[in-house]
Design a protein around this ligand. Structure first.
Ligand SMILES: C[S@@+](CC[C@H](N)C(=O)[O-])C[C@H]1O[C@@H](n2cnc3c(N)ncnc32)[C@H](O)[C@@H]1O
Length: 304
């Protein structure tokens, strides 16, 4: 039987996460190379800088309870929990990632092996972001670092994130997008380019930043902001290509299966996607309305 998208995503990350961690470390996302992408820096530092830049841009200086949607092996969850002295819950479709993230939390002294008040401060589970088992209003910060592109229903994704945020809580996202389509729709050739990327990286489809904004607006999010950081992150792919030809990476690739090999061999699709302005790196900030703002909003809708 052909695999569902979710099974494909699971297999992709089950098979590739060990190699990624070995070559790249715990963060499975782009790096930040200055606003114009001209700063040269060590690659792990560039990834930490992306997290820090996003927090600064979003004005997030504190958080008590954090949800990391599409957590990988817990790179952001542990970083944010440590930075803010917060609790963090990470969710992923990959059992291999959830297990490894749990081991990393234990090694950092934030997992279930502790008996004191720090026990279980960071937890990981296999959970679908489109149907989360968390109560409404559970989190101060919902963080999604490069997971939105995998979601087959972007509205349901943003709706679930809204539901689990506390009123006044912050949603902060970085995601792969395509260029804006207000002035001209994607050409057939651009679609073909994107479809190759979808196949290799197990994405259902991506949308433009403007489309994310429209969805968030329709769901009642407030104080929306978006920005295109493509120039700042595009050099990342040159780094990945360079690292993939190291002997350790080549041996690891041969061991980790066809899906991972294909992804490694297709990095040029992302490089050329950025070069031609088709692939974009979007960031978004949105706040869950306070209860009183919701009332005013529904009153306005009733009147219109
Ligand atoms: C590119 S990785 C990013 C990992 C992590 N955010 C980081 O930056 O290190 C994408 C992650 O999204 C997760 N993911 C994709 N679709 C998901 C879904 N429907 N529900 C939960 N997680 C999902 C994958 O399992 C994977 O952990």
């Amino acid at each position: 039987m052909p695999k569902t998208l979710q099974q494909q995503i699971q297999t992709f990350y089950d098979d590739s996460s060990g190699l990624w961690e070995q070559v790249w470390g715990e963060h499975m996302h782009h790096g930040y190379y200055g606003p114009a992408g001209t700063e040269r820096k060590e690659r792990r530092q560039a990834q930490i800088d992306l997290i820090e830049e996003l927090l600064t841009w979003g004005g997030v200086a504190e958080a008590g309870a954090i949800l990391d949607v599409g957590c990988g092996i817990g790179g952001s969850s542990l970083y944010l929990a440590d930075k803010f002295g917060a609790t963090a819950t990470g969710i992923t479709l990959s059992p291999v990632q959830a297990r490894r993230a749990t081991e990393r939390a234990a090694a950092a002294g934030l997992g279930s092996s502790r008996q004191d008040r720090f026990a279980n401060r960071v937890q990981f589970q296999v959970t679908d972001a489109l149907a989360m088992p968390f109560a409404d209003g559970s989190f101060d910060l919902v963080w999604s670092m490069e997971s939105g592109e995998h979601m087959p229903d972007k509205t349901q994704f943003l709706q679930e994130c809204y539901r689990v945020l506390k009123p006044g809580g912050t949603f902060l996202m970085a995601t792969w997008c395509h260029r804006p389509i207000d002035e001209s729709p994607l050409t057939a050739e651009e679609q073909r380019h994107l479809e190759k990327i979808y196949r290799v990286y197990r994405l259902p489809y991506i949308i433009s930043l403007g489309e994310y904004e429209a969805i968030a607006q329709s769901l009642g999010y407030q104080h929306l902001r978006t920005a295109d950081w493509s120039a700042a992150v595009a050099p990342f792919w040159n780094e990945v290509v360079r690292s993939a030809i190291s002997p350790a990476a080549v041996i690891g690739l041969l061991r980790s299966g066809w899906g991972t090999m294909q992804a490694a061999m297709s990095m040029g699709l992302m490089q050329s996607g950025y070069r031609r302005g088709l692939v974009r790196f979007g960031v978004g900030l949105a706040i869950r309305a306070q209860a009183s703002e919701r009332l005013v909003q529904s009153w306005r809708l009733d009147q219109s």
